[in-house]
Structures are given as structure tokens and as C-alpha cells.
Write a protein that binds this ligand. Sequence first.
Ligand SMILES: Nc1nc2c(ncn2[C@@H]2O[C@H](COP(=O)(O)OP(=O)(O)OP(=O)(O)O)[C@@H](O)[C@H]2O)c(=O)[nH]1
Ligand SMILES: [Mg+2]
Length: 328
Amino acid sequence: MVSLKKLGWENYTNQVIEGPLSDDIGRVRRVDRGEVDVLTSTGEIRALSDSQRAKSITAPVTGDWVKVLKDPEQGYVVESVLPRYSQIVRRDPAEIERPQILATNVDAVAIVLSADRPINLARIERLLVVAATGDAKAVLILSKSDYGTPAEWRDLDHEFPQVQKIKTSSFSDEGKSDLEALLTPNQTLVLLGESGVGKSTLVNYLAGQEMQETKEVRLKDRKGRHTTTAREMILIPTGGIIIDTPGIRGVGLWNAEKGIDRVFHSIFEASQKCHFNDCTHKAEPHCAVQKGVSEGHIYHEKLERYQRLVEEASEQTEIRNRQNRKLR
Ligand SMILES: Nc1nc2c(ncn2[C@@H]2O[C@H](COP(=O)(O)OP(=O)(O)OP(=O)(O)O)[C@@H](O)[C@H]2O)c(=O)[nH]1
Ligand SMILES: [Mg+2]
């Protein structure tokens, strides 16, 4: 039996004013092809998701607060998904014009990197954009610090001074107190990262027991084996809620303009002073961003990575607009 408070209900109602309180409310722990495991104040139930039958109904996602009905014939059915205060979204890897919601009602996104493989700046920026777009705080976690500290990890302080960074090892206990501090009671943290970086190991370590299956990475290239196959919510006994996710390779952006501007704040600030509103900061005259580059406040490589994300986001907006016009 779990109290709704432990599932983050109080935190939820603080952020979503209209959230009503009643016995038929629960939080989605896991989604499985049309069925969901829901944690309620009286225990876990398996419910049918109505979105299978009526496409207009919002499909529940791990992290959602839902209202569940007991149907005399079908058993438990998700009647509705309560409004979300945040949602972590990427472009569906299978279909370019569809969003894939990874987790909802999330307070923080932990971008998990690992000391046994190279650190990719562009990939971190993408995930920071995904977190910012979803209105969640981001944290960078370096796992497996028993392998040593990669030089690129130190550069991240300079690259992302505002983002909290935790270096940790589930084997040597480094960073344990920082991780525990990150797990604020009643708040939800989602782990995102490549397969094999040690997300599920981190969950087990914090939970103090084997909640999630883990598997060794391949020796020859340190690649993970895609051990976790569903997005799953785990309650940490000392407080805090974690959503463990399957390893992700690419992350396509979805509706991410706002997130890009937040993550590339200094470029965004400078761009406000460009002569042209639609300046691409490539060859336009009186470009404040290019001026920043020549004066050394903005790094050329960072600007290039920013431009790639902006281009991707605007191409995607165009595809969506075209689709919407077709539907009308
Ligand atoms: N040396 C060391 N190995 C670790 C650490 N954390 C995890 N590992 C190992 O890394 C491997 C992969 O860990 P998982 O937790 O399964 O990785 P994951 O990110 O959940 O992978 P997917 O579920 O495939 O996305 C396992 O063999 C773990 O034992 C650590 O702190 N130090
Ligand atoms: Mg895993």
C-alpha cells in the first residue's frame, strides 16, 4: 500500500491547481500495449487504457495521474488522464511527424553519461533542450566514475555552468550523498541516456535493492544491450520517485524552439540585438551573434551546434504545418 503523497500527489496539486482529489485516482507506473499498471492508495492495479478504443482520448504515459473506473465487464479502465505539469517529449523515432512522450509530471531530467565511453557535447545539448522544452530541470550525472574522470567531463563546467553535475559510482559510493539530495521526496526524476550507461544500476543502488534488471555492456565497444524495455516508475524507499527508461540512441526534437533558446541562452540573448529578426547568424550584416563570435564571447562550434538544432526544429515545424493544412 502506498500513500498518494509518496507518489508525488502533493507536489502535483501544487503545480496543477485544478487537480481534484478522489479515491479513483492513481499514478501510472508502467504502460504495456493498451494496459497500464496504476499505483493507487489501495495498491497497484492493472487497467485497460481507453485510448485503445477511442483515439481522441489522451493515451496514458508513465508518470501520468489518471482517473480509473471499475467497469463491470472489463474490470479497471483508465477514464481520463489528468492535466500534466510537464512532459518530456521527443520525435517518435519511427514516425517523423509524431511526438513520443517519454514521461510526464517530471520535476527533473537526469542525463546519464558514463565514464567508460566518450562524452558527446551535441547529444548532451539535445537532451538539455528536451528537458527545457518539457519544463523540467536538468542534471548531468556521470556514472561509473570508478573508471576515472574523462577530460570532457571537466569541460562541462565551462559549457553548462548553470547545470548541476554529479559524478558517481554505484561501485565505489562516490557521489552518493549528492544523488540522495537530488531525490527530493515526492518529486519525480527521469533518467535518460544511452543503453549501458548504468541507469538501472543507479536505480537499484538508490533503492537499496534489485528493482530493475541490469546487464553487462559488450566488451568490444562498451555498447549496452538494451536491457530495460519499458519506461517504469520506481519509488525510492527514502523518498523520491524515479522513472527508469530504455536506452536511447538518437533524440529527435519536437516543438523545441523554446527549449533551444533556453539552453543556448547567450546566443539567444545576443540574437535579440541582430539587425534582422530572422537572422540566421551566418552571413547577414549587423549580426550581433557573429559579433559575439569575433569578440570571443560565443564559441563558433557552439553556434554551429545551435544552428543545426534550430534548422532541425524549423524543418520539423514546416512538416507539421504542411500536415495540418492537409488535414484541414
Ligand atoms: N564499473 C562500474 N560499472 C557500472 C556502474 N554502474 C553500472 N555499471 C555496469 O554497467 C552495465 C550496464 O548497466 P545498466 O544499469 O544495465 O545500464 P542501463 O543504462 O540501464 O542500460 P539499458 O537498460 O540497456 O538502457 C552493468 O554491467 C553494470 O554493472 C558503476 O558505477 N561502475
Ligand atoms: Mg536499464
